[in-house]
Ligand binder design. Structure first.
Ligand SMILES: [Zn+2]
Length: 442
């Protein structure tokens, strides 16, 4: 039986639609056509820093086996479903679909990595599609072909996670989501850390439900399908669930971050990990955001910890000149008003320079702190009148009010791809050999 990879992307707009929902519909339709899935639908988040993304910049890949005689009908079903469910009226929505038969060549895997970590052109995607006899279908400008091909190439053979997404009935979309808050807390207590980012710990805000008018009721993320299905059974909603699907994803894996050895290697829009010295004490700018300059022997760049990053912003403002740190995040290109800037997602404090202060000396007679009589003019005791021109300021080591180590933006401001603290040491490897029986409804 032929194996078929179906990748697609860029079907949604900021206001409507959702590429994962089309995948969920197709799961049902393709099964009805006799296809058997060889993997959970793959939800692949691409570089979150590209300047033209819609929302989450997630692409989908369905991997199936089917009879030779069904191939054409499956192909038509996919094209029709994407055509009908894309927000084609929206200016920036340019859906694309790629079909590939049998195995996934290494060059497509390499293309996927580039699409997750950097910028690629549609020309490159089309050249690869032709080279490997794949088929690309684009609507409008067809930019979704890039994501479709990348989703096929990202076989999630390394670290990966899962997300169960539950969808709302058509008549409820656009209305407030009716989920019992207490059941989300209960679900979190019972299933974390095998599920993650359910609730923001600082604000207690629910993170599993989106805000907008899209069809998603909630999405539960976790380390394996069993844990998220169990979590889904604990959550109580007072509205019907039209369908749900378990996706295998690169969420929470840091797949977008590329470690570079020097600041000179930083490129606009390519998320990175880079280390350097804090070149000046941080500045707190309007809005409570913290900016500091990072420097190494090859150059310098700004790092920004925005206020919603919570713990990250708090630790960034405690840095001082001379601290040695590692910055993780997306790159904003230089502009007339600022230089190239890392929008921090994480910050590792590797080595702190000693925190010291210069104090006036104590009086040799009465031990009270003396007053300076001006630069180079010595000190005078206001208590007993003792003066000295030979005494000097004394260096005092300040208490250390934070630890070295890794700091991560608070869950409420983490990107889909950001690896949360609780996942360190829990990395999944290899694609699963077997799928659980019930990974979707209906
Ligand atoms: Zn004195």
């Amino acid at each position: 039986m032929p194996k078929m990879h179906i990748g697609f992307d860029d079907t949604d707009s900021p206001t409507t639609g959702c590429t994962t929902y089309i995948a969920a519909i197709l799961v049902q339709k393709l099964k009805e056509l006799g296809a058997s899935f060889t993997d959970y639908p793959n939800l692949v988040r691409l570089n979150p820093n590209v300047p033209w993304k819609t929302r989450g910049n997630g692409a989908l890949c369905l991997r199936i086996k089917c009879k030779q005689e069904s191939v054409e009908e499956i192909r038509e079903t996919v094209i029709k479903a994407i055509h009908e469910n894309s927000d084609l009226g929206y200016e920036g929505t340019d859906p694309g679909i790629v079909f590939l038969l049998n195995h996934v060549p290494e060059q497509i895997k390499a293309f996927a990595k580039k699409t997750i970590q950097g910028l690629v052109r549609i020309r490159t995607a089309l050249r690869i599609v032709n080279k490997f006899d794949a088929e690309a279908v684009g609507f409008k400008r067809g930019r979704g072909i890039i994501g479709g091909l990348a989703a096929i190439g990202e076989a999630l053979e390394g670290d990966h996670t899962y997300e169960l997404i539950a969808y709302r009935a058509l008549e409820n979309r656009g209305t407030p989501r009716r989920i019992e808050e207490s059941s989300i807390a209960e679900m979190n207590d019972k299933t974390s850390p095998l599920t993650f980012n359910n609730v923001d710990p600082e604000t207690e805000r629910t993170l599993i439900t989106p805000r907008g008018s899209d069809p998603i009721l909630y999405g539960i993320r976790g380390e394996n399908p069993k844990a998220i299905i169990e979590a889904h059974r604990i959550v109580r909603s007072d509205e019907p669930i039209e369908r749900w699907v378990v996706f295998r994803t690169n969420h929470g894996t840091d797949a977008h971050l590329r470690r570079v050895s020097s600041i000179a290697q930083a490129r606009p829009f390519a998320p990175l990990i880079v280390s350097g010295l804090v070149a000046e004490d941080p500045k707190v700018i309007a809005g409570g955001h913290v900016i500091f300059m990072l420097q190494d022997r090859t150059g310098k760049m700004d790092c920004a910890a925005y206020r919603p990053t919570g713990t990250l912003q708090t630790v960034a403002r405690k840095l001082i000149k001379g601290d040695f740190v590692e910055a993780y995040g997306g790159i904003r290109p230089a502009s007339p008003t600022h230089q190239m800037t890392v929008n921090l997602e994480k910050l590792r404090i590797i080595e702190k320079t000693p925190r010291v202060a210069l104090h006036n000396p104590k009086c040799l007679r009465c031990r009270k702190r003396m007053k300076s009589m001006g630069f180079g003019k010595g000190f005078r005791c206001e208590n007993c009148g003792f003066r000295s021109s030979r005494l000097e300021k004394v260096i005092v080591e300040l208490s250390q009010n934070f630890e070295t180590g890794l700091y991560i933006a608070s869950p409420r401001s983490q990107r889909h791809l950001t690896k949360p603290q609780c996942r360190y040491g829990r990395e999944n490897s290899n694609a699963p050999q077997k799928m659980i029986r019930e990974w979707h409804y209906p």
